[in-house]
Design a protein around this ligand. Sequence first.
Ligand code: ACM
Length: 510
Amino acid sequence: MKTKLNLVVLFTLLLFQISCTTKTPTDLTKTSFIPKPVSVTATGNTFEIKGSTIIYVQDKLKQTGGYLAAELNKITGLTLEVKTTDKAPAKGVYLDLSEGNNDFGDEGYKLTIDKRLITISANNPAGCFNAIQTLLQTLPVKADAGEPLKIATGVIRDYPEYAFRGAMLDVARHFFGVDDVKRYIDFLATYKMNVLHLHLSDDQGWRIEIKSWPKLTEIGGSTQVGSGEGGFYTQGQYSDIVKYAQERNIMIIPEIDMPGHTNAALASYAELNCDGKASELYTGTEVGFSTLCTDKEITYKFIDDVVRELAELTPGPYIHIGGDESHVTAMKDYIPFINRVQKIVVSHGKKVIGWDEIANATLVENATVQFWANVKNTTLGVKQGAKVIMSPAAKAYLDMQYDSTSTFGLHWAGYIEVDTGYSWDPATLVPGISKENILGIEAPLWSETVTNIDEIEYMVFPRLPGYAEIGWSAPEARNWDKYKLRLAKHGKRFHAMGIDFYRSPLVPWE
Ligand code: ACM
């Protein structure tokens, strides 16, 4: 009897050792998912991805299946096959739109990992895309040659808290090329964010080709902060960015900031200035000194042309009109200006978004106010029936320094260490603004001090996953002390992705 018991103990120990040395994952609940899914249940087995694993998709999911195959191929060095089918296979990976589950909404999903079959079910391709991001987090970013790719079995049911989960990139103060923007989009996609707001014009630069006003990019796009070369996107390049984003469930929101933050346009066209003289190009970092001439008719012709061309390039419903920090536009001129510009946006079939100052005007139906600084403005917007995007500068600005030793960034809204960035709830931050008023959250990266992709990465990581989790996971499921342990595990992923991230001392990096 005793010998039998010893044998059992020995055998168990041996099994344990084998499972430790080959790192066979069997407990799905141990995976450090960000954002935290609604529910994860483990079933104690293992699925293995091999060269012979086939990805089966319904016809509408061909593109999503292709994305999954490409991502898995990057990890494994394999070339997985994608096949179209309309019924569940016995083994492989299956992407399925037939679930019809109300809980999942537009972007939720169920991910079922069995020993022989992984099934992704959702109401929409966007839900399948999100499930793929979850699945990819069960795997290394890059596997060693010959390393088996094993995934613990179980079931994940998941859906977002907010429909709008965004980040902004200021390409006006410093210009970033198409490849940099695509890398930024990949970062957002990894963490299930679905909006990229591009700040396309400011005092220092105009970054989008407008065919009816070519000098905007010829002159206005020719420089940037610090007098560097600047740059701009041709309409073809811009459409390429929009398509790349669309394939990753990301909507691009273009912003043309006005009536302030317009020096680049004012330097390009003399007639937009009240005195009829083109201003000088500007490469400093002051704000609030420029304004379009609000009582000249040509100003509205200009805006109509710009919004028309931009709307044609924009499949998404929104055009962002800026409206912030127009310190040299008198309020008596600002209000009718914003009223008129909103109507131009609507006339081109788009919805208006503006920074919180626009709530001083009479908002059109379906306008959205982006809260960054002023509670009174934002509350005024809510009273007019507008929805709110939460981008509180002191919590969500990616250009704020982590602490006083940060090399890049500013600190006018304070220092934002990783815990400060993570630990807030959009629905309770501002009295009078509650969840039903809120479309979602956005973390903006202004680029006065940020000049290249490495510096972008340093400011964005590791804070971005936290903003993604605030947007996706319910507040009661979020907890800094637990989150920091999950984030610590993502350090290896950042490293493998070549991301130059800030190694916050608050996170126990592995
Ligand atoms: C802003 O930070 N001026 C919106």
